[in-house]
Write a protein that binds this ligand. Structure first.
Ligand code: SAH
Length: 464
């Protein structure tokens, strides 16, 4: 059977794809239906038809899945932030567990026995978990100021100050900012025209410290009547940093390079376990501190450090994992491409009086092989060795030259932290063909209500 555009069909959803879209089959024809969940029987309309598969719009839920729940957020379907809020949290976890397992089997070619998959680490309370929010500010058709979130795959703003992923105080902060802008006739930025002042509001909160940061991203260098805004915002308990960030470029990139403090200090402090971190508006910092702690503790447990090890943390960001590991290792080396992140890493090392962590700026695929070759040259007859190597690469995974050098450094253990289990599977296959095996593997739900999932894997060197 072949379908064409605008055909209506009834289909039962049996699976969910990468972006959480429902997948069903009728007469050998596969349909992808956004917002349909496993177990739903839906009426859908084909919007794009290919020979063997097509994309359809959900028109009607004829028989809801037993795992369907009422989303907390009335905008859950339109908003680009959440994809699977209508799925019960237990089923979300099962979906993520299977996603990891399937990728390791299908892409990595591992058998379930080889993977040693453990139950995914979920959240007790899977809402209000984000410590950072970036709200775009704009103007609606009637000319009113709006702030909220982008609709999926677009830049039209859904007016909504109450996001259930962020902290509750965000709403109050946005109310104050919107009221201040209206009162003083301060314009919102218009993306199409490149005109108007306020582009985004960035809010960060330290879950442990209770400190709050508000940063207005503006298309200009000065915020008029800012003292009025400061006066209101500083009434909020925990307010620590109020700043503007200057971004005059016509770009999708949210933040510009320059930050000017309006009140308080430029950064807030927060901690994960016993390590403290200073976080400025431009710093990268994990957004779910509760799950980050679980993830890092798992990485530390997998690293199984006794105190005399040399450890590498490749793709180290601001050194969060490095500093965590440094407490238990002899020496830690971190590698990261963004130099500002390395400045943060060094500052955070000092802040915590950690002296056994050294950081290199550069591409992992250049720094690691470069270090290895330089060591061999300066230590004839010897090779640079590591006891444990931790990697936490971006979605595209590790370059093959990084994996090759890792193998040459002969670590007893490799801890692979991954935000994309497809590239994880590819890389684990390479490492396992070169002398390693998977000992343990566990998912961590850092982003409930979305389709994303982190994985941490322990590999050990097979006896030669
Ligand atoms: N481990 C850190 C961050 C991991 S995110 C933490 O938990 O906080 C992945 C990091 O890899 C980012 O900081 C990114 O800037 C960095 N990165 C991306 N490509 C890189 C490359 N080719 N070499 C080194 N670092 C890279």
């Amino acid at each position: 059977m072949e379908y064409k555009k605008n055909d209506m069909l009834t289909v039962t959803i049996e699976d969910m794809g990468h972006d959480g879209e429902g997948i069903g089959k009728i007469d050998g024809y596969t349909v992808f239906v956004k917002d349909a969940l496993i177990g739903d029987t839906v009426g859908a309309k084909i919007i794009k038809a290919k020979k063997n598969y097509g994309y359809a719009r959900l028109m009607e839920i004829l028989k809801p899945s037993a795992d369907r729940v009422e989303p907390l957020c009335p905008y859950a379907r339109q908003c680009g932030g959440c994809q699977i809020q209508a799925l019960s949290y237990n089923k979300q976890l099962e979906y993520k567990q299977n996603k990891i397992l399937n990728n390791l089997m299908r892409i990595g070619g591992f058998s379930p026995e080889e993977i040693h998959m453990e139950p995914i680490m979920g959240m007790e309370k899977p809402f209000h978990y984000r410590n950072k929010a970036q709200f775009p500010v704009g103007t609606d058709k009637e000319g009113n100021l709006v702030t909220g979130f982008y609709a999926g795959r677009t830049h039209s703003i859904i007016s909504n100050r109450r996001c259930y992923l962020g902290v509750e105080i965000n709403e109050k902060i946005l109310d104050i900012i919107m009221e201040y802008m209206t009162r003083n006739h301060i314009s919102a930025y218009d993306e199409a025209k490149g005109k108007g002042l306020v582009r985004h509001v960035l809010i960060r909160s330290g879950f442990i410290s209770g400190e709050l940061m508000v940063c207005l991203v503006i298309n200009g260098t000065k915020l008029p009547y800012s003292e009025q805004l400061v006066k209101e915002l500083t009434k909020i308990p925990g307010m620590t940093s109020i700043s503007i960030n200057i971004n005059r470029e016509k770009t999708n990139v949210i933040l510009g390079r320059e930050v000017k403090v309006l009140w308080g200090q430029e950064y807030i402090t927060d901690s994960i376990g016993s390590v403290s971190y200073q976080i400025s508006p431009l710093s990268f910092y994990q957004v779910n501190p509760v799950q980050t702690k679980k993830l890092y503790e798992k990485a530390l447990e997998f690293a199984d450090l006794k105190g005399n090890e040399t450890v590498w943390d490749v793709y180290c960001g601001i050194g969060t994992i490095s500093l965590f590991l440094a407490q238990k290792a002899k020496q830690v080396y971190g590698v990261e491409i963004v130099s500002a992140a390395i400045e943060d890493a060094r500052r955070n090392a000092r802040l915590n009086q950690i002296e056994n962590a050294e950081f290199f700026v550069g591409k992992a695929e250049e720094v690691l092989p470069g270090f290895y070759e330089e060591y061999s040259r300066t230590h004839p007859g010897e090779n640079a060795r590591a006891d444990v190597i931790v990697v936490d690469p971006p979605r595209k995974g590790c370059e093959e030259s990084v994996l090759d050098t890792m193998v040459k450094m002969q670590p007893e253990r490799i801890v692979y932290v991954s935000c994309d289990s497809a590239t994880l599977a590819r890389d684990l296959r390479i490492l396992c063909d070169k002398g390693y095996r998977i000992d343990r593997c566990v998912g961590c739900d850092m982003f409930p209500q979305t389709v994303h999932v982190e994985t941490v894997c322990l590999l050990s060197r097979k006896a030669q």
